[in-house]
Design a protein around this ligand. Structure first.
Ligand code: ARG
Length: 466
């Protein structure tokens, strides 16, 4: 059934949209969360219109008062959102027009195309800030776990096989590096968002004498020196969705990191490893097996990463192949962005909670890292220090490992005479290599897991996360 003509664009129509079309095309059900940004944009825009004399100061003040009242109503949950007004922009403009006659001038020199681009850039600047803080929360939980277990050693793994001993803190700091890159990436996305679209109009700007720099300044689209930053091509401005994609990519990559951390935690909390005990508050039980304590928060972190990647994929596919400039397809850009924001925020909080409540089972870590085979590489290095070429040393130690296996003894329990038979380079002090503390202390280079380096990293992270 046809509806009465739309108040905002209905002039050239003799019939309104079908009910089905309204349902199909509305976005207010999800873009209403842009209201605070939309209102900020409208206030800045009307301030600019008054500044250049396109509306009076009285009209500007009436528009501002009306927008403030609407924002308060929205915040209190008292605002009535109407599907028939399509989106957040027209809902607010319609409500304002009912209260303030001057609202009929608000859309002067503006289109919903530059309006929605502005709302979203404001949203991204806000969202990146929120997510950076939440990721910082997870980072702080990691640093606290490292502080509480600063002396704990574990095996490091490659191919999920025991490789070489490391301080647990070194492993946790590897996760910190990943999360810190995510935080930096979000800061870069926010910087890319920091250009004001207003004034680009629908596609070709306006014939009216507006002041884009004024609006940009009013909305905080400024550089470090406070100079306004406005987008440089009106067509690109209303077509561009790069920041959407970058934001989703930052979320997806954070998801990959969270998922990898979660996988380590799942392994470590299993009976086979038992390096850690996960907090009850972030685990669940089985409805059938009474003994089960499942690492659900970690499994969901792994699962959410798929969803975050999906959002990125949706946006890439949405933008691909669209002719310049704005096309209504682009309305579909918001649900994946909002979902990435919501899910990334929750993932960061859950990661912080899970890491914050994690208990390290020192005895199990100690038993695992006591495996002397973890120092086989150190034994090869020992031969290198005796002047043996590394390839020969590697081969000799391989033979020693095989001998230990054949004899059914630990690597460091072999008789010195037997070892010396394998290679004459082994001195009587060969077994000193298996002193774990000594082995770690020798790793002195930047980025290595030796105690002096790890101490430096503690200082670095305390400073970054203070
Ligand atoms: N709700 C629309 C969106 O999100 C706003 C822009 C509409 N522009 C238009 N020319 N119909 O994309």
């Amino acid at each position: 059934m046809a509806k009465s003509s739309q108040a905002t664009w209905g002039g050239r129509f003799s019939a309104g949209p079908a009910e089905l079309m309204l349902q199909f095309s509305e976005s207010v059900s999800f873009d209403r969360r842009l209201a605070p940004f939309d209102i900020a944009g409208s206030k800045a825009h009307s301030a600019m219109l008054a500044h250049v004399g396109l509306i009076t100061k009285q009209e500007r003040d009436a528009i501002h008062a009306g927008l403030d009242a609407i924002l308060a109503e929205i915040a209190a949950g008292k605002f009535t959102w109407e599907t028939k007004f399509e989106d957040v922009h027209m809902n607010i403009e319609q409500a304002l027009t009912k209260r303030v006659p001057a609202a009929a001038k608000l859309h002067t020199a503006r289109s919903r195309n530059d309006q929605v681009a502005t709302d979203m850039r404001l949203f991204f600047k806000h969202a990146c800030g929120v997510l950076q803080e939440k990721i910082r929360g997870a980072e702080r939980a990691l640093l606290a776990a490292a502080e509480a277990n600063a002396d704990v050693l574990i095996p490091g793994y490659t191919h999920l096989q025991r490789a070489q001993p490391v301080l647990l803190a070194h492993h946790l700091f590897a996760w910190l590096e990943m999360l810190e890159r995510d935080r930096q990436r979000l800061a870069e996305v926010a910087a890319h968002a920091n250009w004001c679209p207003l004034g680009s109009g629908a596609i070709a700007g306006t014939t009216l004498p507006i002041d884009r720099e004024f609006t940009a300044k009013a909305l905080g689209f400024v550089d470090a020196k406070g100079r306004p930053q406005v987008t440089q091509n009106s067509m690109d401005t209303v077509a561009d969705r790069d920041v959407f994609i970058e934001f989703a990519a930052a979320g997806a990559l954070f998801g990959v990191h969270a998922s990898r951390i979660a996988e380590d935690l799942i392994l470590w909390s299993s009976a086979e490893f038992k390096f850690i005990e996960l907090p009850d508050a972030f685990c669940t039980g089985s409805s059938l097996m009474p003994q089960k304590k499942n690492p659900d928060s970690c499994e969901l972190l792994r699962g959410k990463s798929a969803r975050l990647q999906g959002n990125l994929h949706t946006l890439l596919t949405l933008a691909k192949g669209l002719p310049l400039t704005y096309n209504r397809d682009l309305q579909e850009d918001k649900p994946p962005v909002f979902d990435t924001f919501d899910q990334t925020a929750m993932c960061a909080d859950v990661l912080a909670g899970t890491l914050g409540g994690m208990e390290v089972v020192r005895a199990r870590c100690g038993a695992a890292v006591a495996d002397p085979a973890l120092l086989a590489t150190d034994l090869a290095d020992y031969l290198v220090m005796q002047g043996v070429a590394f390839r020969d040393a590697h081969h000799a130690v391989g033979a020693v490992v095989k001998l230990a296996e054949t004899n059914g003894v630990a690597l460091n329990a072999l008789a010195t005479a037997d070892v010396q038979q394998v290679h004459a380079g082994f001195g009587d002090d060969w077994a000193q290599v298996f002193d774990l503390k000594r082995a770690l202390t020798k790793r002195t280079g930047t980025g290595m897991p030796g105690p002096a380096q790890v101490k430096r990293q503690f200082a670095r992270w305390r400073k970054i996360l203070k």
